[in-house]
Design a protein around this ligand. Structure first.
Ligand code: NAD
Length: 498
């Protein structure tokens, strides 16, 4: 049965009225499981109006009460973890255990938001001048919006939504149209947690809904996570309208393997970080830089592991890697593999021909492994976002570091080595936002913030943690005196107060 998914407005599911909708499919079977409504400009405006009215009261609610709602939300997400994970697997395709991992990383940010009273507290200075005090506070922005990608349908809405709401804003989520069911369930859990009507809403849709949010004068801030092309356009459109915009975008994450690295550890790391979630992670490793003489030894360990990957539907506990999100995306990834071969890279493991009995209409492909990839090749330059790992050979540390630094993207990177000097020089000199030392996917915990450099981000703020508090609030500073006694008269010169 094909379900209809509308929007979540004023703490209720409502049907879409635009007459436009898109198909939601199960990536493992290719079946259409739902039709998701695409909001019109009018529907977005209505959601903003409801949010605007609700936000004043929510901002005035003591932060302690707002954080109590986050505590309740945390318990509800934990209680529903299997239901949410199932929805993620059925619409995204990732394995059930990986889906639970995603929810766990979202929960960490909800936990951080449980301390919002502490994180938002201001600074007070007594006696900035004679009998004069000054204090700084952070206040919420109003109605803010989040536009999220298909690959983390619950974690990224938690990164944005928990922080924005705990800070006292009303939040409107425009999730990916490919897997909207988990974000809709999340919205229900916000409501059940006691978050008032209009404070966490979902408008489903496409570019029309995104542009309506970007153009709306009552939405002063937009968070975006997704591809670089769309993120850059969102950033420009939003900032042109004088909004605060953070757009976290695509990636091409390199893992540097030094000759002294433990190769069994490095191989395990590359398998998990390259092929987990079928490579559909912004922190996936898609390039392995083999330094010095390590290349042949690494390939000897890596190739059989890639060929032996267990690919299957995400709900099968035996599966290590599920299907890609859509048929169109799988074909795009396979097209990159064709291009890599045509441009002269050596395809050591070819997953293009994989067929799974009983799942012929699923978007499956096996893991692919390229050797002798060079920086001029398309498969090196572009983000492929699939289970395709490129091995590049580098003569020494400096050449490896230069490769990472010269790449257009700057999200994450890792170095595998036993040499502290090499690791320190790498972490210090690399132009990338998140660095792992013997850690392949260095996603920061919630109380450190997440964010790349270069073409992986537009805007000045990382996401969640204190960066999230700064993004979703604005600073106000009060200077006060309660004069008693003789009037000093008007003061015409600008001077230090002391
Ligand atoms: P996408 O850019 O296609 O879509 C992201 C969001 O933008 C979705 O909600 C989508 O509906 C909307 N959108 C699509 N086209 C639009 C348009 N023309 N105008 C306005 N909005 C539009 O990205 P995706 O395919 O869903 O996600 C994968 C991408 O996200 C990858 O590039 C990945 O690296 C990136 N990503 C980055 C991070 C990070 O933190 N840096 C995290 C996760 C994913």
């Amino acid at each position: 049965m094909v379900a209809d998914i509308g929007h979540f407005i004023a703490n209720k599911r409502v049907a879409g009225t635009s007459g436009r909708a898109g198909d939601v499919t199960n990536p493992a079977t290719g079946e259409t499981t739902a039709r998701v409504a695409f909001a019109s400009i009018e529907e977005v405006r209505r959601a903003v109006e409801i949010a605007r009215r609700a936000q004043t009261g929510w901002a005035a609610t003591p932060p302690l009460r707002r954080q109590r709602a986050m505590f309740t939300l945390k318990g509800l997400i934990e209680r529903h973890i299997d239901d949410i994970a199932r929805l993620l697997t059925l619409e995204h395709g990732k394995t059930f255990d990986d889906a639970k991992g995603e929810i766990g990383r979202g929960l960490e940010v909800v936990e951080f938001a449980c301390g919002i009273a502490h994180h938002m507290r201001g600074d007070f200075t007594e006696q900035v001048a004679a009998d004069m005090d000054s204090w700084s506070i952070r206040q919420p922005l109003g109605v803010v919006a989040g536009i999220t990608p298909f690959n983390f349908p619950i974690m990224i809405p938690c990164w944005m939504g928990a922080m924005a709401v705990a800070c006292g804003n009303a939040f409107i989520l425009k999730p990916s149209e490919k897997d909207p069911s988990a974000p809709m369930l999340l919205a229900e859990l916000f409501a059940e947690a006691g978050v008032p009507e209009g404070i966490f809403q979902v408008v489903n849709g496409d570019k029309v809904a995104v542009d309506a949010l970007l153009d709306h004068p009552d939405v002063p801030a937009i968070s975006f996570v997704g591809s670089t092309t769309i993120g850059e356009a969102v950033y420009h459109r939003g900032t042109q309208r004088n909004k605060r915009v953070q757009a976290l975008c695509g990636a091409k994450n390199h893992m540097v393997i030094m000759p002294d690295a433990d190769l069994d550890q490095a191989t395990d790391a590359l398998i998990g970080a390259g092929y987990g979630a079928a490579g559909e992670r912004c922190m996936a490793i898609s390039v392995a830089v083999a330094v010095g003489d390590v290349g042949d030894r690494l390939m000897a360990k890596l190739a059989p592991r890639v060929a032996a990957l267990k690919v299957g539907p995400g709900l099968d506990p035996q599966s290590e890697m599920g299907p890609l999100v859509t048929r169109q995306h799988r074909d795009k990834v396979m097209g990159y593999v064709d291009r890599g071969v045509a441009e002269g890279a050596k395809l050591v493991v070819d997953g293009r021909g994989l067929k799974l009995q009983g799942y012929e209409n699923g978007n499956f492909m096996g893991g692919c492994l390229f050797d002798h990839v060079t920086p001029d090749m398309t498969i090196y330059k572009d983000e492929i976002f699939g289970p395709v790992l490129s091995v590049v050979r580098a003569g020494g540390f400096d050449e490896a570091l230069k490769l990472v630094n010269d790449h257009a993207y700057g999200n994450g990177t890792a170095i595998f080595t036993r040499d502290g000097d090499a690791a320190r020089s790498f972490a210090n000199g690399v132009r990338i936002g998140m660095i792992g030392v013997n850690v392949p996917i260095p996603v920061p915990v919630a109380y450190h913030s997440f964010g790349g450099w270069k073409a992986s981000i537009f805007g000045d703020h990382g996401i969640y943690g204190m960066e999230g508090v700064r993004f979703y609030t604005r600073l106000k500073t009060v200077t006060a005196r309660w004069p008693t006694g003789i009037r000093a008269g008007a003061e015409f010169n600008f001077r230090t107060r002391t």
